[in-house]
Design a binder for this molecule. Structure first.
Ligand SMILES: NC(=O)c1ccc[n+]([C@@H]2O[C@H](COP(=O)([O-])OP(=O)(O)OC[C@H]3O[C@@H](n4cnc5c(N)ncnc54)[C@H](O)[C@@H]3O)[C@@H](O)[C@H]2O)c1
Ligand SMILES: O=C(O)C[C@H](O)C(=O)O
Length: 313
């Protein structure tokens, strides 16, 4: 019996795409095809070859190909879309909507033809709206079209909690609901450190500061970098989601999913906790919310809807 390696395509060979491709290969999750526009074909090939040449040093077996042709991506198991422009200081993610909607649409038209059975993970911003654009363009079932925001937002939230208490990040649990914007909803009530609720360990005003820093975590990095946005933590988040699918791990992760009645929302892509496994989004968990959590989630949902309206008119 021949065991074939999984094939993972990463569209967009910029900061997030290249970092993701490298991490996927390091973890031997499959062979990686890195795609960018024809004008950048040579540097894309160069990045892929450079990564490949690090594999003997790292002791990892994975092919990495750089290309501008979707022929090379044919039959991918997972396609990760990072193509698009990133924001600069002073911009919001929503300012990217028109440019990135047309890029994501054109990418998905290719993916639909070349990898009709793939699980597709969206990163391009504003990511809730871009996941909607991808779903509409691909025509794939909803469990195969997944947006990345919550793994990253939760990672930031957990980083700040661990820092506050000077404890291992491994013992911090929590998650962030809602859209990937400044009104996302870190759920304090469902957050704990080694099983101890965080409000037993951290003063109210400090928790509020952590929640606020999480909400603006992307902007904090944009401000520090000066020209571009975060890529290490976003890439790590994409890799965790890809691993959950390819290894059928059935991880419970916050992902952007199509909501059709869950949490009372219809026809809306937004971040919710779900089981991510070999069947993609296998189940969305609906949590009971307090009145203030519900108000915050409604506000976040409204922001996502207003961005989608810019595209749909
Ligand atoms: N959802 C999240 O949590 C999250 C996190 C980080 C970044 N992002 C978003 O991801 C996107 C990429 O960020 P980045 O830092 O990698 O940007 P980047 O500018 O470094 O890379 C983007 C790449 O996409 C390529 N591209 C543009 N049009 C393309 C097309 N039609 N086909 C193939 N490739 C194309 C560009 O040539 C470029 O190489 C941005 O929109 C950013 O806001 C989202
Ligand atoms: O903030 C951005 O523009 C990029 C990304 O969405 C992030 O949260 O880091």
């Amino acid at each position: 019996m021949t065991i074939k390696r999984k094939k993972i395509t990463v569209v967009g060979a910029g900061f997030t795409g290249a970092t993701t491709a490298f991490m996927l290969a390091q973890q031997e999750l499959g062979d990686v095809v890195l795609v960018d526009i024809p004008q950048l074909e040579s540097p894309t090939k160069g990045k892929a070859l450079d990564m490949m040449e690090s594999m003997p040093v790292q002791g990892a077996d994975a092919n990495i190909v750089g290309t501008a042709s979707y022929d090379d991506t044919r039959g991918s198991d997972v396609v990760i879309i990072t193509a698009g422009i990133a924001r600069k200081p002073g911009m919001s993610r929503d300012d990217l909507v028109n440019t990135n909607a047309s890029i994501v649409k054109s990418v998905c038209e290719q993916v639909k033809q070349t990898s009709p059975d793939a699980y597709v993970i969206l990163l391009s911003n504003p990511v809730d709206a871009m996941t909607y654009v991808a779903y509409e363009t691909l025509g794939f079932p909803k469990h195969r079209v997944i947006g990345q925001s919550g793994v990253l937002d939760t990672a930031r939230y957990c980083t700040f909690i661990a820092e506050e208490l000077n404890v291992s990040v491994e013992d911090v649990r929590g998650f962030v609901l809602g859209g990937h914007g400044d009104d996302m909803v870190p759920l304090v009530r469902y957050s704990n450190v080694g099983g101890i609720p965080i409000d037993k360990l951290i003063a109210r005003d400090r928790i509020e500061a952590i929640v606020q820093r999480t909400r603006t975590g992307g902007g904090e990095i944009v401000g520090l970098l000066g020209n571009g946005s975060a890529y290490y933590a976003p890439a790590a988040s994409l890799v965790q989601m890809t691993e959950a699918i390819l290894k059928d791990k059935k991880r419970i992760l916050p992902v952007i999913a199509l909501l059709e009645g869950e949490y009372g929302y219809h026809n809306l892509f937004m971040g919710v906790p779900a089981i991510l496994g070999g069947g993609g989004i296998e189940r969305v968990f609906e949590l009971e919310l307090t009145e203030s959590e519900r108000t915050a989630l409604d506000k976040s949902a409204e922001s996502v809807r207003s961005v989608i309206q810019v595209i749909t008119g």
